[in-house]
Design a protein around this ligand. Structure first.
Ligand code: PGD
Length: 773
């Protein structure tokens, strides 16, 4: 009997090989991956799950009454139509809004929100967000975009100002190798959670971080996990776990900084040569400017660790080679700039940045790609065309945009206005999972004339759309897998033919562009396969120029992964340390900025500072809502993707997300393992399955994001997500006037045992837009 061969493929959580055997997808981890991710086991469910969208759907109210604001979105039912009818309807609506081959100078795209934030899928060509951007640029001349990411907005904005291009700086140094070989102490604010390191946008072929941590720890390096959630760091020899109150890391860092200053261990030569503005910060640290010295005792009163512990940590940091790293999670909360800026300042004060294994990194605990060496060749990349529309929103201000056209907002020290949006076009994202205060988002989604969503599955977002177009999944199409800091180019082979119905996003857009008279501009005369061949070529040429093997496109798609060279040159920071004048940073002063005039102009303290957030355990609001909800990234899936897959479902209880809390807190509230609990505040409520867990700090409830949003009106509870999506209760407030990022990680909530009859979790397929009968 002939064996069915395993074919290569890729996902955000890893490269793999797979084959279809009797209707089932069999998977193997990539042979060069030391620890393939358990998330791979979510993929087989996607092939034929009832949650897959199979026909274009049009919301009944939109079909009957035409475009316009409509409170029925979210509750209306849908009419299934043929592809031809759906595309005709979409094209007519886009034309009504001004799309076409000749556009006025005042581009109609200014009324189109096309930010379309979301992780989409791996694959360089079929990446849905890139496709929708290219399409909107082609037919509307542009669109209102979103700036930054839900992952990192506060951190990226502050680091851009005080360190230089945050993304580039965090991705151009092999921190893991340095830590493994040289660090004595790693201060990990937010930990180094393996669940985050499983994933990276575009894919990650080698899950090697735990090996590197073990190598370092085996050599005697001490890792310090600083997080209210103990398993934010794997067990390691010599590991120290500290659990300060959530949102108080800045106070802890200031207490450490004060100790360094008081004991004369601040590296003033480093500060003088490489930084600017320390004197201003020092006056704040010592209390000269505000009367409050930021002593370890002061810090202890805020963060809950003892002054002794804070002093000891500072002493240890000064005694050896110390690497300071801060995870994205810390900045995904109010005043999220501060912990990132303060961690960078602490590293500068220690003065070991120019030495291997010392210094600062950002997002080492957040992305599988951070800390790996950058690549020395370009990757295939789909050109998105030119966006001629100037309007934008900071990424997490979507509800504000739709609810308040014309209202002013601030960003990076400047004032802008929200546009007037008539069309929302989304492909490759799930705002009804990722945005905060989802009841408010539902209200915002009633406002536009038309909302169009492409997805492969029927999420809560599709249920709020007027037109839903079913997309293929990666297993059903060919693509090229590749990602920054990942040393392989993967031929993503088609694993299974698509079922009747779904189409590739590219083909949908190509047919729409044809109806709008813009087909050639969109496709440039290429089919999907011709695009793949075209995009492959720059990488191949670069490999050949370096004298390396590079098969031609056809051989590549039929064959093996291609190994890519990594850069051996010095990183930006290594160049900067070698010559800070010739290799100045891209900050206003060219140096690391410990005080910033731009930040001050934006209305924030001019240097890193403890800025008390509204929702922390020391706030007046905690008297009403006494628990800090930590809504972090999930272990069993990427965001909301494949929430119905085997790994994700295996971690739920009766189909409901688990919320972990300290056993003493649970006992005090009469809550036992497996009880259903209600987590609520004045923004909303959700139900989750309680899991008392020793590793959760007192006063904290940890509930990861990702459960599919399923709001029901429950007696005595109001609108309640019965599947456990934390964004039912999080706050839709910007991180600060400077960055306006997502602050969804931390909120104050109340918790109680649900004592009424327990409603069942809503099955994923029941979230699909309801078809009329
Ligand atoms: P995903 O679940 O990845 O979430 O938010 P994001 O929207 O990225 O959604 C991707 C969607 O794209 C899925 O519905 C998937 O089916 C669809 N999709 C995948 N591939 C394709 C394709 O090829 N074509 C089409 N048309 N669709 C496709 C994630 C966001 O959530 C992020 S990045 C972060 S970091 C935030 N984190 C938090 C947090 O820490 N705390 C809270 N409270 N909230 C958060 N929200 C944010």
């Amino acid at each position: 009997m002939t064996q069915i061969p395993f074919l290569y493929h890729s996902s955000h959580w890893g490269t793999f090989r797979a084959r279809m055997v009797e209707g089932t997808l069999e998977l193997q981890g990539f042979e060069r991956d030391p620890a393939p991710s358990p998330l791979l086991q979510n993929i087989p469910a996607a092939i034929a799950h009832p949650v897959r969208l199979r026909q274009p759907l049009i919301r009944r109210g939109w079909l009957q009454d035409g475009p316009g604001p409509d409170p029925r979105r979210g509750t209306d039912d849908y009419v299934a139509v043929s592809w031809d009818r759906a595309l005709d309807l979409v094209a007519t609506e886009l034309q009504r809004l001004g799309a076409g081959p000749s556009l006025p100078a005042d581009l109609p795209g200014r009324h189109v929100f096309g930010g379309s934030y979301g992780w989409s899928s791996a694959g360089r060509f079929h990446h849905a967000q890139s496709q929708v951007h290219r399409f909107l640029n082609t037919v509307f001349g542009g669109y209102v975009r979103s700036a930054d990411t839900y992952s990192s907005a506060a951190g990226a904005v502050i680091l851009d100002l005080v360190w230089g291009d945050a993304k580039r700086m965090s991705r151009d140094q092999a921190f893991w190798d340095e830590i493994a070989e040289h660090s004595d102490l790693v201060l990990a604010f937010g930990g180094l959670p393996l669940r985050n390191l499983q994933v990276s946008p575009g894919g990650t072929s080698q899950h090697s971080a735990e090996n590197q941590m073990q190598r370092a720890a085996g050599r005697g390096c001490c890792f310090v996990s600083i997080s209210p959630v103990a398993d934010d760091m794997p067990d390691l020899p010599g590991l120290m776990r500290l659990q300060p109150r959530p949102a108080t890391d800045v106070a802890l860092m200031l207490g450490m900084a004060h100790r360094l200053q008081e004991t004369g261990r601040v590296d003033r030569d480093y500060l003088e040569r490489y930084t600017t503005g320390y004197d201003h910060f020092e006056r704040y640290l010592t209390g000269q400017s505000d009367g409050t010295p930021k002593t370890p005792e002061w810090a202890a009163g805020i963060c809950g660790l003892s002054a002794e512990t804070i002093r000891d940590l500072a002493d240890r940091a000064a005694a050896g080679r110390t690497h300071v790293t801060v995870a994205y999670g810390l900045q995904r909360s109010r005043h999220g700039e501060q912990p990132v800026w303060m961690a960078l300042t602490l590293a500068a004060m220690l003065g070991q940045w120019a030495l291997p294994g010392g210094g600062f990194s950002y997002s080492l605990g957040s992305m599988g790609s951070t800390g790996k060496p950058p690549l020395a060749v370009p990757l295939p990349s789909l050109p998105q065309g030119r966006n001629g529309v100037k309007g934008f929103i900071p990424v997490a201000r979507i509800s504000e945009l739709l609810l308040n056209p014309g209202k002013s907002f601030t960003y990076k020290g400047e004032t802008h206005r929200y546009g007037d949006i008539r069309l929302v076009y989304w492909a490759g994202g799930n705002p009804f999972h990722h945005h905060q205060d989802l009841s408010r988002l539902a209200e915002a989604f009633t406002r536009p004339d038309t909302i169009i969503v492409h997805d492969s599955v029927g999420t809560a977002t599709t249920r709020h759309a007027d037109i839903v177009l079913p997309a293929t999944i990666t297993a059903e199409r060919e693509d090229i897998g590749a990602a920054g800091n990942d040393p392989f180019l993967i031929p993503m082979q088609r694993l299974v033919d698509p079922p009747e119905g779904p189409r590739d996003d590219f083909d949908i857009f190509a047919d729409l562009a044809a109806r709008l008279g813009c087909k050639d501009a969109f496709t440039e005369g290429r089919s999907s396969r011709e695009w793949l061949a075209h995009l492959y070529e720059p990488t191949r040429s670069a490999l050949l120029e370096k004298g390396m093997q590079a098969p031609d496109f056809e051989a590549f798609m039929q064959g093996e992964v291609v190994e890519l060279p990594v850069s051996e040159g010095p990183s930006c920071m290594q160049r900067y340390h070698a010559d800070p004048v010739a290799n100045a940073l891209s900050t206003p002063s060219g140096k690391i900025e410990i005080s910033s005039a731009v930040v001050e102009r934006a209305g924030l303290p001019p240097h890193p500072a403890w800025v008390e957030p509204e929702e922390w355990l020391g706030a007046p609001q905690a008297a009403v809502n006494p628990f800090q909800l930590v809504a972090n990234q999930p272990r069993g899936k990427l965001h909301s993707q494949l929430d119905f897959g085997a790994t994700a479902m295996g971690l739920k209880r009766n189909g409901r997300e688990r919320a972990r809390m300290n056993p003493d807190d649970a006992a005090r509230l009469g809550i036992a393992e497996g009880d259903v609990i209600r987590i609520y505040n004045d923004r909303g409520a959700l139900l989750a399955a309680a899991e008392p867990a020793e590793g959760i700090a007192s006063g904290v409830v940890q509930l990861s994001t990702g459960a599919w949003y399923a709001p029901l009106d429950l007696p005595g509870s109001g609108r309640t997500c019965v599947n456990g999506n934390p964004n039912a209760v999080t706050s839709d407030i910007g991180t600060s006037p400077l960055s306006q990022g997502c602050a969804g990680q931390l909120s104050l909530v109340s918790v109680e045992r649900w004592s009424a009859a327990v409603p069942e979790a809503v099955a994923h397929e029941a979230i699909l837009p309801r078809k009329s009968v």
